[in-house]
Design a protein around this ligand. Structure first.
Ligand SMILES: CC(C)(COP(=O)(O)OP(=O)(O)OC[C@H]1O[C@@H](n2cnc3c(N)ncnc32)[C@H](O)[C@@H]1OP(=O)(O)O)[C@@H](O)C(=O)NCCC(=O)NCCS
Length: 183
């Protein structure tokens, strides 16, 4: 078995270990009771079904292991991307994931904004509280980085899920706009 070092992770596991979870004190018991663990994405998570899981969220395409590893390394080098996963120790598969993009700003005294992206829990694990744990984890990571706010975009059907986690539509600001390209 190969040993893991810090470079195996997309960001340091110590960032998750040092979070103050008083907002959701039952998170550890909940994960342990299901033999699950929460951690940063690892470079070998391709083999644990990571990209397949993302396919439950949106179109992923035919991403090869080499492409995954290249993208992983780029994300790690930027130091701005926190891809969090929940792994099932029973089958070594990824049961859930979410990404926090930390955007450095000049405004607000050179502060940060956290963008919540790509939240997905495997169908077989939904309704067990994993989504709540992983989004709370991103919120805490953003706070730890020093962000003054965390934002996200979601479908109407997910407003209830995120509202329960403290997100709200701001008056006059809830207009998500895009300009899409063909690729
Ligand atoms: C949305 C998603 C991440 C929720 O994950 P989950 O693990 O099933 O959610 P949880 O079990 O942690 O639910 C937490 C709470 O939110 C509630 N909830 C879950 N989905 C909800 C929804 N669509 N609308 C309203 N409330 C919802 C749960 O009832 C639970 O409430 P409780 O704390 O009072 O019991 C999951 O359904 C998913 O991956 N969907 C497909 C991908 C997707 O749409 N991602 C979001 C992109 S913005």
């Amino acid at each position: 078995m190969c040993s893991l070092n810090e470079d195996s992770f997309v960001f340091s596991p110590s960032e998750i270990e040092s979070l103050d979870w008083s907002v959701q004190s039952d998170w550890k018991d909940k994960l342990e009771s299901l033999s699950l663990k929460i951690r940063p994405l690892q470079i070998d998570d391709y083999d644990r079904g990571f990209t397949k899981l993302l396919g439950q969220l949106t179109h992923v395409g035919d991403v090869t292991k080499e492409e995954f590893e290249e993208r992983f390394k780029l994300m790690r080098e930027t130091k701005l991307v926190r891809v969090v996963v929940i792994e099932d120790s029973n089958n070594n598969q990824i049961a859930g994931t979410a990404t926090l993009l930390c955007e450095p700003k000049f405004i607000h005294q050179c502060s940060w904004i956290g963008h919540v992206q790509d939240v997905c829990v495997d169908e077989a694990y939904r309704g067990k509280g994993l989504g709540k744990i992983i989004v709370n984890c991103l919120k805490l990571l953003a706070q730890q980085v020093g962000a003054y706010k965390v934002d996200l975009n979601c479908s109407d059907a997910k407003i209830g899920f995120y509202s329960a986690l403290g997100f709200k539509k701001e008056d006059g600001q809830a207009n998500y706009m895009t300009c899409r390209y063909k690729n």
